[in-house]
Write a protein that binds this ligand. Structure first.
Ligand code: CP
Ligand code: NVA
Length: 303
């Protein structure tokens, strides 16, 4: 198995399915108070170059529950923020720690870090991918729908890091995905090309959110302006008008469809308050599952 968890495309369906199975086991143990110190005495460095609530807390608590020790390292007060090269930081950290989680901008940063790291590196979000989140999302779908196969998936909104990772997931796991994105906000062309070349799933990019939502079993959206795009907020609000996942759109989906949102959410923008608080929303389970899936990812790579 690949040493680092940088993108879903580095893993086979069987390897990822094994992580789901371990997630179920660890979640059960945690709920029943059964100790599972799979990473006893191990340390995880967590580097954040962008803000976080869920990722930081779930990795930190997850490492604690596995019997290990997490270290929060902000770009601002480490030497990385003062220009210490990535390749130097990576080699030094591997001398202290048993794993590193990074949240940063370019995917090339996590790739370079991994190239120089003797210990596993986990992608905690880049501009291109958010693999831990999509694993948590799929685990949530498994819990609510009994499996991820044979379902119709819809993405409504920006063709961002989340959308790109869903595209990879569709190809690997073999499900159909329709993404409704406004013109100019399509998912990454190379990611789409990879998915179409490496899977048999039907992956479509359309302009009309109604086309994506019609008959969907899983609906997913995300903020219109991701971290690092704050200055584009106003332009994006105009471009994404009509792309809100609201009750009218949800009514086109299967009645027992689940609604996902990785959070943080902007109610009244990409999702309505009615939908995120409504009976189809599973966003709190989804947020919780970040903890359980990441424990499985860490245990698999760092054991
Ligand atoms: N969904 C997610 O990654 O949340 P945070 O930005 O709070 O970590
Ligand atoms: N697309 C969002 C996800 C946040 C978890 C961002 O990159 O900011």
């Amino acid at each position: 198995m690949k040493k680092h968890f940088l993108a879903l495309h580095d893993f086979s369906k069987a390897e990822l399915d094994a992580m789901f199975a371990l997630t179920a086991e660890l979640k059960q143990k945690q709920k029943n108070g059964v100790e599972h110190h799979l990473l006893k005495g191990k340390a995880l460095a967590m580097i954040f170059e962008k803000s976080s609530t869920r990722t930081r807390i779930s990795f930190e608590v997850g490492m604690f529950q596995l019997g290990g020790h997490p270290l929060f390292i902000s770009n601002r007060d480490s030497q990385m923020g003062r220009g210490e090269p990535i390749k130097d930081t990576a080699r030094v950290m591997a001398r202290y720690c048993d794993g590193v989680m990074i949240r940063t901008f370019g995917q090339e940063i996590v790739e370079e870090f991994a190239q120089y790291s003797d210990v596993p590196v986990i992608n905690g979000l880049t501009d291109l991918f958010h693999p831990c989140q999509i694993m948590a999302d799929l685990f949530t779908v498994i819990e609510h729908k009994g499996g991820y196969q044979g379902l119709k998936y819809a993405w409504i909104g920006d063709g961002n890091n989340m959308a790109n990772t869903w595209i990879e997931a569709a190809a690997i796991f073999g499900f159909d995905l329709t993404l409704a994105c406004p013109e100019g906000y399509d998912p990454d062309a190379k990611v789409l090309e990879w998915a179409r070349a490496n899977g048999t799933s039907r992956i479509e990019v359309v302009r009309d959110p109604k086309v994506a939502a019609a008959g969907a079993d899983v609906l997913n959206t995300d903020v219109w302006a991701s971290m690092g795009q704050e200055q584009e907020q106003k332009t994006r609000e105009k471009a994404f008008a009509g792309y809100q996942l609201d009750q009218q759109l949800l009514n086109l989906a299967n009645p027992d469809a689940v609604v996902l949102h990785c959070l943080p959410a902007h109610r009244g923008e990409e999702i309505s308050d009615e939908v995120i608080e409504g009976p189809n929303s599973v966003v709190w389970d989804e947020a919780e599952n970040r903890l359980h899936i990441q424990k499985a990812i860490m245990a698999t790579l760092m054991k």
